[in-house]
Design a protein. Sequence first.
Length: 162
Amino acid sequence: MTAKNSKNTSIKVLCVCLGNICRSPAAQGVLEFDARRRALMMQVDSAGTAAYHLGKSPDPRSIAALSKHQIDISGQQARQVQLTDFDEYDWVLAMDKSNLNNLMKICPSNLQSKLVLFSQFSGGDEDVKDPYYGADEGFDKMFEHLKSLSEFFLDHIESQRL
Ligand code: 4NP
């Protein structure tokens, strides 16, 4: 039994997208909400592979889409992925294949197994579509997609526990 599978140990999860203002802050909010509902000990953070929006709040459209489901992500602040994240987190969940590829380029080879596409736990390999340049309804679709992927991921985590 590894430490991360112990019932009394918090699992550390980092959600990663490009800008850290639309998808990964929303993924963080959904995972925190769903993990709490399952009484799972989990620490979740999010980051971007790019540095476009450092220190900014999530996109107001992401905040609005999640607030419809009683999830408040307004207190988050964008940051960029850093090398220490690969040591610190048990799982690094990429929102799409482009960001997964970029993570693979900077992650030390002995820690690459922590990198996964978020959709892999649903048995698929689809991207969480970037809603940034689209219409507001793209953010509701993003929420529904993240909600489904969150349940698959947490099912996987629970199935690993003794
Ligand atoms: P995110 O969306 O990666 O889901 O945060 C984006 C946010 C900003 C930009 C691109 C994607 N941008 O080009 O500024």
